[in-house]
Design a protein around this ligand. Structure first.
Ligand code: PMP
Length: 360
């Protein structure tokens, strides 16, 4: 068993004992006043995390469910997908599986798609939605979502759908300022909760579009969530215990303050990326993302050969890191430094990682 503080997978991430403890409460009925008060508290505080005055819908399901809600309700026919890695590609494939025709702008691992390419592509195609991943967990790249949003905003009929799964809680998310159609996330990343909840905030324009679309299904029909949000309820039986944890954790996040939380994530990112540069020549590892686009929640590191001995070596010392993803699945490993991890904890882990790499 990996002990608390030693779990550096980029999702699910470390969950503190206090958060787990918050779930050990007797059930409550999801249509009673106590639950409505809880839902109201949760939605207001999630609004600050997402940078929106709109309700943030809490879905029992993982981040993929929230992404699907965004695609089903927020796109009609033609989607432009900005792809910085495996999760950007999943968003594109999801749109295709929902019957949309998708054009991709794909960057090489570690690179970002230049904003000019986004502008050119949007000018040429008749797109009604753009998908983009804020923090690409597969490559450790943070996209310039504000830049992409300013381009999408020039086209009033085009909605920006943002995957902020490993971004929300680690970096500022400003949905209303971006004028985004949807921003989605999940519980098991920078909010440092167990997996099982998806989050989706959608704009009024998104809701109007969804209303005009016939084929929205049932479970992920955003209009049902909108209707129940009016009474501070969930359309179906929610994951009550996870909501207890969410309520507790949002209080903790408020006490830390979002500003301090973001600063802590930047400091963890800096500790990790500076360390990689320091050991690069001695150990043969290298950063995948480029300076200026490092994600504050995850660092993707190219291994000298394959990632297997690194992951094995760390496990033998009681630490769990993430493997690679997509194209980089065997050749890279990932450090998830998000949620409730600390700079001191990251530094202690990096000392052990250095021993493991030097012994290879
Ligand atoms: N998008 C990103 C950026 C992610 O990191 C993940 C999970 N690793 C997902 C989407 C999918 O989320 P889930 O596994 O919660 O469905």
């Amino acid at each position: 068993m990996i002990q608390h503080g030693h779990f550096f997978v980029p999702g699910p991430t470390e969950v503190r004992p206090e958060v787990l403890e918050a779930m050990r409460r007797p059930m409550i009925f999801h249509r009673n006043a106590e639950m409505e008060a809880l839902m109201q508290r949760v939605t207001t505080r999630l609004g600050a995390v997402f940078g929106t005055r709109r309700p943030v819908h809490v879905i029992t399901g993982s981040g993929t469910a929230a992404m699907e809600m965004a695609v089903r309700g927020g796109s009609r026919r033609r989607v432009l997908s900005v792809v910085h890695g495996d999760f950007g590609e999943r968003f594109a494939k999801m749109a295709e599986s929902c019957g949309r025709s998708v054009e991709r702008l794909t960057a090489k691992p570690g690179d970002t798609v230049p904003l000019d390419r986004v502008r050119d592509a949007l000018g040429k195609g008749d797109f009604d939605a753009v998908t983009a991943t804020y923090s690409e967990t597969a490559t450790g790249v943070l996209a310039d979502i504000a830049g992409i949003a300013s381009i999408v905003r020039e086209r009033p009929d085009c909605l920006l759908l943002v995957d902020a799964v490993s971004a929300a809680g680690a970096v500022p998310v400003t949905m209303d300022a971006w004028d985004a159609g949807a921003v989605v996330s999940a519980s098991q990343k920078a909010l440092a909760l167990p997996p099982g909840l998806g989050f989706a905030a959608v704009s009024e324009q998104f809701v109007e579009r969804a209303r005009a679309l016939g084929d929205r299904g049932t479970y992920l029909d955003v209009l049902r969530y909108e209707e129940f949000a009016g009474k501070h309820q969930s359309p179906t039986t929610p994951a009550v215990s996870l909501l207890f944890a969410l309520d507790f954790q949002l209080g903790e996040i408020e006490a830390e303050s979002l500003e301090r939380r973001f600063a802590r994530h930047t400091a963890m990112m800096t500790a990790c990326t500076a360390w990689v540069r320091g050991v690069e020549s001695a150990t043969g590892v290298a950063l995948v993302a480029r300076p200026g686009s490092f994600s504050p929640s995850v660092t993707c590191i190219r291994a000298k050969d394959t990632n297997a001995p690194v992951l094995r070596g760390m496990r033998a010392k009681g630490y769990e890191l993430g493997g690679g993803q997509g194209e980089l699945s065997k050749t890279s490993f990932r450090v998830g430094h998000m949620g409730d991890h600390t700079v001191a904890g990251v530094e202690a882990m990096l000392d052990v990682l250095e021993q493991v790499l030097r012994a290879l």
